[in-house]
Write a protein of this length. Structure first.
Length: 493
C-alpha cells in the first residue's frame, strides 16, 4: 500500500509540474504575441502613413513608395545579421530595445520637415523591427515546443498589429496631422515592458526552477539574460551521463531529403541543412512579399478609385487586408495539424491567384471580399514558412528566421518604387496587374519542396529522471554480464 501511495504521489507531482510548464508556456506565448503586435504595428504604420504624406506633402506615387522602400532597405540587410547573432548567443535584451527603436523611428517621421529625414527615421524603425524578429521567433519556437498552433498564435499577434495600424494611424494623424506622430510611440513602450515577464516565464518553464534569482539559479546569466534548457535550445548540446562515451548525434531518417542535403553537417543535436529547399522557400516568400507589400502600399488609393469613396474607404480596405491576414495565420496553424505544411502552403498560393485577380479587376464594394480572400490566402503560409525555414536549416534557426521573416519580406519592398513609377506613368490598375503572377511563381516553387523532418530537440521531450535511472541500470547490468562472460571464458595456453 505504501508503495502504491508513493507512486501516486510521484505521478501527482509529475502531473502538477507538467501542468505548470504548460501554463508558463501558454503565458509566454500570449505575452510574446502581444509584444509581436506592438512591434508589427509599425510595419503596418508605414503603409498607413503614405496617404497622409501624399495629402500633406504632395508626394507622387513613386515618391511615396520610396518611404516603403526606406523601411525595407536597411531591414533587409540587418535582419539576417541579427539572425546570425542569435544563432551564436541568446540576446533577450534585444526584444525590448528593438521594440522601442521601431516605434521611435515612426514617431519622429511625422516631425521631419524634409523627405530625406523622413526616409532616415522610417529606416531606423525598419532596423528596430529587423532586430526584433529573429530573436523573438527563436524564443517563440522554444516556448511553443514545436507546436504549429502556438507558433500560429505568435504570428497572429503580428497580424493583429498590422491590422491595428490603419486604425491607430488614422485616429492619431487625422485629428491633428503628421505633427501628432509622437503619440505612435505608445505601443512600443507597452511592448517593451511586456517582453520582460515573457522571458522570465520562459526561463522558469525551461529550467524547472520556481525562481530566477541570478544568485541562486544557475540557469540565469545576469548579463545575457535567461539561459534556456539544453533540451530546448538546439544550440546547446545535452550533457552526457558518461563523459567517456558522448552521445551520438541523431541522423535524418533514411531516404529523407535532409540525409543527402547539400552542405549536410554532423554534430551534437544537428541534422543536415537542406540548403537547396531553403533557397526555393526563400524565393517563394519573396514573391509573396511583393504581392502583399504592393497591395498594402497602394490599396488605400485603389479602393477609393474603385468605390468612389473618401479617405475612410482606404482605411477600411487596409483593415480588411490586415485582419484577413490574422484569420489566415490561425487557419494555417490549424490546417498544418492535419496536412503537411508544404501541401497547405501550396494550395493557399493557388487560391491567392484568383483572389488577387479579383482585387485588381472586380469593381465596386466587392473589392473588400477579394481583399479578405487574398489576405487570408497570402497569410496561411506565413507562420508555416517560418517553421519550414527553421526545419530546412535546423542548425541555424536564427539565420533561417532572419531570412524568412526579414530579408525575403523586405525585398518585396524593393518592388514598391517600380510599381509607383508604373502607376505614375499609366494607372494603378496597370501597376497592380503584375502582382497576380507572383502567387503563381510561389505555387510552382512549392511543388518542388519536400516536407522536412522537424529537429529532434523540438519533437522529443526531455528525458525524465526515471528514464535516466533506467538507462543507467541497464548499462550497469550489461557491464556485469560482460564481466561474467569474460570470467567464464577459458584462458588460452
Amino acid at each position: 500500500m505504501s508503495r502504491k501511495r508513493n507512486q501516486s504521489s510521484r505521478n501527482a507531482a509529475r502531473s502538477t509540474a507538467t501542468g505548470g510548464h504548460a501554463s508558463a508556456r501558454d503565458q509566454s506565448i500570449l505575452l510574446l504575441s502581444i509584444g509581436h503586435a506592438c512591434v508589427d504595428v509599425y510595419q503596418g504604420a508605414v503603409a498607413s502613413l503614405v496617404p497622409f504624406f501624399v495629402a500633406e506633402r504632395a508626394y507622387t506615387y513613386a515618391t511615396a513608395s520610396g518611404i516603403v522602400l526606406a523601411a525595407s532597405l536597411l531591414s533587409s540587410v540587418a535582419q539576417p545579421l541579427f539572425g546570425a547573432l542569435t544563432d551564436r548567443r541568446a540576446l533577450p535584451w534585444l526584444l525590448p530595445v528593438s521594440t522601442v527603436l521601431g516605434g521611435l523611428g515612426i514617431a519622429l517621421s511625422g516631425l521631419a520637415g524634409s523627405y530625406s529625414l523622413t526616409l532616415a527615421f522610417v529606416a531606423i524603425s525598419g532596423v528596430g523591427v529587423a532586430a526584433y524578429h529573429p530573436e523573438s521567433a527563436r524564443v517563440a519556437r522554444l516556448a511553443s515546443r514545436g507546436s504549429h498552433t502556438a507558433m500560429g498564435w505568435f504570428s497572429l499577434g503580428g497580424n493583429l498589429g498590422f491590422a491595428a495600424a490603419p486604425v491607430l494611424v488614422t485616429a492619431v494623424i487625422a485629428t491633428g496631422g503628421l505633427r501628432q506622430s509622437p503619440l505612435l510611440l505608445i505601443p512600443a513602450l507597452a511592448g517593451s515592458v511586456l517582453c520582460l515577464p515573457a522571458l522570465r516565464l520562459l526561463s522558469r518553464s525551461t529550467t524547472g526552477t520556481p525562481q530566477n534569482d541570478p544568485q541562486t539559479d544557475p540557469q540565469t546569466d545576469p548579463q545575457s539574460g535567461p539561459r534556456l534548457h539544453p533540451q530546448s535550445d538546439p544550440r546547446i548540446a545535452p550533457p552526457a551521463d558518461d563523459a567517456s562515451e558522448p552521445p551520438s548525434p541523431p541522423h535524418p531518417p533514411p531516404g529523407s531529403p535532409l540525409e543527402s542535403a547539400p552542405g549536410c553537417t554532423e554534430g551534437p543535436w544537428r541534422v543536415g541543412d537542406d540548403k537547396t529547399s531553403f533557397v526555393k522557400l526563400s524565393l517563394a516568400v519573396v514573391c509573396r512579399s511583393i504581392v502583399f507589400i504592393g497591395l498594402s502600399t497602394f490599396l488605400a488609393f485603389y479602393a477609393r478609385q474603385r468605390t468612389g469613396g473618401g479617405p475612410a474607404t482606404g482605411t477600411v480596405a487596409l483593415c480588411v487586408l490586415y485582419l484577413g491576414g490574422a484569420v489566415g495565420t490561425m487557419l494555417g496553424g490549424s490546417l498544418a495539424n492535419r496536412w503537411d505544411r508544404v501541401i497547405v502552403v501550396r494550395r493557399s498560393y493557388l487560391l491567392s491567384v484568383a483572389a488577387v485577380a479579383g482585387v485588381v479587376y472586380v469593381p465596386g464594394p466587392a473589392i473588400y471580399a477579394f481583399v479578405a480572400l487574398a489576405s487570408a490566402g497570402l497569410y496561411v503560409p506565413f507562420s508555416l514558412q517560418v517553421t519550414l525555414g527553421q526545419d530546412y536549416l535546423p542548425s541555424r534557426m536564427g539565420t533561417a528566421s532572419g531570412i524568412t521573416l526579414g530579408l525575403t519580406v523586405s525585398i518585396g519592398g524593393l518592388a514598391s518604387p517600380l510599381l509607383g513609377s508604373l502607376a505614375d506613368a499609366t494607372s494603378l490598375r496597370t501597376a497592380l496587374s503584375p502582382l497576380i503572377l507572383m502567387p503563381v511563381v510561389s505555387w510552382l516553387l512549392f511543388r518542388t519542396l519536400p516536407e522536412p523532418t522537424p529537429p529532434q530537440t523540438l519533437v522529443s521531450a526531455p528525458p525524465t529522471t526515471k528514464t535516466k535511472e533506467t538507462t543507467k541500470e541497464t548499462a550497469e547490468q550489461a557491464t556485469k554480464a560482460k564481466k561474467t562472460t569474460n570470467s567464464a571464458r577459458p584462458t588460452s595456453a
